[in-house]
Design a binder for this molecule. Structure first.
Ligand code: M6R
Length: 606
């Protein structure tokens, strides 16, 4: 998704902006650009495509200066093109923008009447002309406030000005924005990762705030223009974790990191000596929590669906799951005795943030399960449970999914024990099983070669299906999502029992179907559903777990057996072959695995 960088200092800034834009590439984008102020003139270079194309173009045109802004764009209004790429500039001002201006058409109509010409199809260009218009009548701070007041929708903005040569102005509503502090220079960035190569001192803007950044000071203001103080946070330095090492893709590395991710996460939450789950400073009494609503998007939503099965099995809590983009607009009956849990790797997903905001504004209990602990969702929730999986760079979420599941399971166990839904012996046994999980994940990863050869069939398929029952159903959804987002093969996840109600019509000779059938209470039912698709010509890949009992079924094309474990933890193990399957299917097609087409790592627009 779009990313912003801005630098004001005493040195030339273009190459540093370029480096930061490279760091933002992981977010997924389609065009890039930079604008600087040089000899009292705004200059911009921008183009469709990757940052290295921009870099080549910058070699031809020297636009260096001491102040500048850069952007990677993920198209919303107007197709990806040179002209629609950011920054958008007039003689007076240059603007980079993340978000969507919802009233842009109305504003444009007005500005056209006033004689402004529009070059692009973007919503952002109205900001440029509005700013130019207000600068004719007001001093800069008031002009910015007037302009911001005219906007509806969401934005993170970075702006430089011809007549104010050393400043960058940043503003935030709905889309994240950070300020960084350096020696003799200061920065603006859409996330701390963009700025980390330059500084570890960061402040975050809240909704409605704006800032004026000079090379030697930064001033923050609220919506009414009153000056505010900001905390400066020191970020941990985890640069090494952003390295692909010997791997070809971040995704492959992140899948293989999972045994360690699990080990670390269990170490964070499980007290080694007492064999006890530590969730410190939990702000509520468990007796005051009667229901749980889990909310997320994409893969994070799938982890919520798995957790529903765990909570229902192990606690007496009523649990429901919601897709954030649906939750935020439905007529919800928010309840004080409900704990609202928000799942997000990035902690910046616009819909998930809006759902959290809605709950906060209504005084509900909110808990965030996130990877990025400095993120907006983490900062604005009452309570945070980090997933401790380290930076996830591949757009396809892998290790974060496993870590989300793990934290949700840990929370389930803790609440279940506190609420006396399970006895101490069961509780302690389940904690013991958790401690072994990393080695079962490690062994399951050894299935690599077999999955690599199976992937040929999937990568060439016109379409395929993933079926499961119980907690294997959300894993089927996740397997299908991974395959479609990476190898662009049409894949559907279904509850196995639902096939006869329509989807069975899709099965034709040779169609690959993944059947997730661990040897749990659903096993026999799922195997019957598997027979029904085999009878109609499907090529079935059965994913099950090792056990004493053999699979009593015929005509299965291939079988993969994950390790044996506590049955609660099976969804975690089933996920691994599906991640590998998606990876190898995309690899065979030569696709850009870490940055699949049209997708972004951090979805900061709704
Ligand atoms: O950062 P989040 O966990 O909030 O992101 C949610 C989804 O955008 C994300 O999981 C997405 O579905 C992934 N591309 C899936 O691999």
């Amino acid at each position: 998704m779009c990313g912003i960088v801005g630098i004001t200092g005493k040195k030339q800034v273009t190459s540093e902006i370029l480096n930061s834009l490279k760091r933002l590439e992981y977010r997924g984008y389609d065009s890039a650009g930079i604008a600087t102020l040089n000899n009292d003139q705004i200059n911009e270079v921008k183009c469709e495509g990757r940052v290295d194309v921009l870099e080549k173009n910058l070699l031809k045109l020297d636009i260096n200066g001491n102040v500048g802004i850069g952007h990677v764009r993920w198209a919303t209004h107007g197709a990806p093109s040179d002209i629609n790429a950011h920054p958008h500039s007039s003689k007076e001002v240059s603007v980079v923008h993340n978000g969507i201006i919802e009233n842009s058409m109305l504003l444009k109509k007005d500005l056209l009447k006033k004689g402004y010409n529009f070059k692009s199809q973007t919503d952002t260009e109205v900001i440029v002309h509005l700013m130019s218009e207000y600068l004719k009548r007001y001093k800069i701070k008031n002009a910015v406030m007037k302009m911001l007041n005219s906007l509806q929708g969401s934005y993170a903005l970075g702006m430089i000005f011809k007549d104010h040569p050393n400043i960058i102005i940043g503003a935030r509503r709905g889309s994240p924005l950070a300020v960084g502090y350096g020696p003799g220079e200061n920065y603006l960035g859409s996330d701390s990762y963009a700025l980390k190569s330059m500084t570890n001192k960061i402040s975050y803007l809240n909704d409605g705030e704006f800032c004026i950044i000079n090379n030697d000071q930064v001033e923050f203001f609220d919506e009414q223009g009153a000056k505010i103080n900001k905390k400066i946070l020191t970020l941990s330095s985890d640069e090494k974790k952003y390295d692909k090492g010997d791997y070809k893709h971040f995704m492959a590395k992140e899948i293989d990191e999972q045994p360690n991710v699990i080990k670390n996460c269990v170490n964070e939450y499980v007290d080694k000596i007492n064999n006890e789950i530590n969730i410190f400073n939990f702000p509520w009494n468990e007796k005051d929590i009667k229901n749980i609503i889990l909310i997320g998007c994409g893969t994070a939503y799938h982890s919520c669906l798995v957790a529903k099965y765990w909570f229902e099995e192990l606690t007496d809590l009523e649990v429901s799951v919601d897709i954030a983009s649906e939750f935020r607009y439905r007529k919800n009956r928010l309840k004080k005795e409900t704990l609202y849990i928000f799942l997000s790797q990035s902690g910046e997903t616009a819909d998930t943030y809006a759902a959290l905001d809605l709950c906060k504004k209504n005084g509900m209990k909110t808990c965030a399960i996130v990877n990025v602990i400095e993120s907006s969702i983490a900062r604005d929730s009452d309570f945070v449970l980090p997933i401790y999986c380290g930076p996830e760079i591949g757009v396809a979420s892998t290790k974060a999914f496993l870590a989300q599941l793990l934290v949700l399971y840990i929370l389930t166990l803790k609440l279940s024990f506190l609420k006396k839904n399970i006895d101490e012996q069961t509780y302690k046994q389940k904690i013991k099983d958790l401690k072994n999980l990393h080695s079962q994940v490690e062994k399951t990863l050894l299935l690599e070669n077999k999955i690599n050869s199976i992937a040929n069939i999937f990568s060439d398929a016109k379409g395929c299906m993933f079926l499961g029952r119980g907690s294997s159903f959300p894993i089927a959804l996740e397997g299908a999502l991974k395959l479609k987002e990476l190898s662009y093969v049409h894949a559907e996840g279904y509850p196995a029992g639902e096939m006869k109600h329509g989807p069975l019509a899709l099965i034709e000779d040779g169609m690959p179907v993944v059947v997730l059938a661990p040897k749990d209470s659903y096993y026999k039912k799922t195997i019957s559903n598997m027979q029904e698709v085999i009878a109609r010509g499907a090529k079935v890949l059965l994913v099950t777990n090792k056990s004493e009992d053999d699979v009593f079924s015929e005509n299965i094309w291939e079988t993969i057996e994950v390790e044996l474990s506590n049955s609660d933890l099976i969804p975690i193990l089933l996920t691994i072959p599906l991640q590998k399957l998606a990876y190898y299917s995309a690899l065979k097609k030569g696709f850009d695995i870490d940055k699949p087409r049209n997708l972004a790592k951090s979805v900061t627009v709704e």
